[in-house]
Design a protein around this ligand. Structure first.
Ligand SMILES: C[S@@+](CC[C@H](N)C(=O)[O-])C[C@H]1O[C@@H](n2cnc3c(N)ncnc32)[C@H](O)[C@@H]1O
Length: 187
């Protein structure tokens, strides 16, 4: 699938499930590289991607030096998944709901990831659910290792929770439609 076919697949999925896709255009390669820059491949731990969609971020994660077999990627759309599996052989693509991440990780035999890279449309979930999700994800990260998430608003999609997790602004990416902010979540 080339770039224009990927875009077509994205817009078709947007029409079917606008709330679930939660974006007006695929992530730019520029933003994907920024997200992947947070990964420390030298740690040798697996990386978790949530909501790969057309695979722009998947590609950036692999280009960062993560071996395909060290990447677990959870996607809810079967349409995206069949293309992703052809395009990135060796990556552990899981058909599932990111909210079930504790079970998905357990079934993959993983209790620690180096980094979680999330393209989930968090703002489309109820606020209480977002907080539950962040806590579940951070339970799978080692000390000092982050979950990176982008959003289109000025403030983080989930505010920090005193004593549970913190959030900080990494950067704003103008070369994306629309421009987006990258947020780092830590225990
Ligand atoms: C903003 S789009 C990702 C766009 C992607 N970076 C791209 O450029 O194609 C969000 C993705 O998250 C997926 N998604 C939404 N809710 C999900 C959930 N609860 N579990 C897993 N994937 C989910 C959607 O199917 C979609 O592929």
């Amino acid at each position: 699938m080339d770039g224009s076919q990927s875009k077509l697949a994205f817009y078709m999925e947007c029409l079917k499930n606008p709330k679930r896709v939660g974006a007006i255009a695929p992530t730019s390669a520029w933003m994907a590289r920024k997200l992947a820059s947070v990964i420390r491949p030298e740690n040798g731990l697996p990386v978790l991607e949530l909501g790969p969609g057309t695979g722009v971020i998947t590609k950036a994660i692999l280009n960062r030096g993560v071996a395909p077999e060290n990447l677990v990627s959870v996607e809810y759309s079967k349409t995206f998944l069949s293309t992703l599996r052809q395009r990135y052989p060796g990556v552990n693509f899981v058909y599932g709901d990111a909210f079930h991440i504790s079970r998905i990780a357990r079934e993959a035999g993983i209790d620690r990831f180096d980094t979680v890279v999330s393209a989930l449309p968090l703002l489309n979930f109820p606020a209480a659910d977002r907080t539950i999700l962040i806590n579940r994800i951070l339970d799978l990260l080692g000390p000092g290792r982050p979950m990176v998430q982008f959003s289109y608003g000025l403030s983080p999609p989930v505010p920090a929770q005193a004593g549970r997790f913190s959030v900080r602004h990494l950067t704003t990416v103008m070369r994306n439609l629309p421009p987006a902010r990258l947020w780092l979540y830590y225990r």
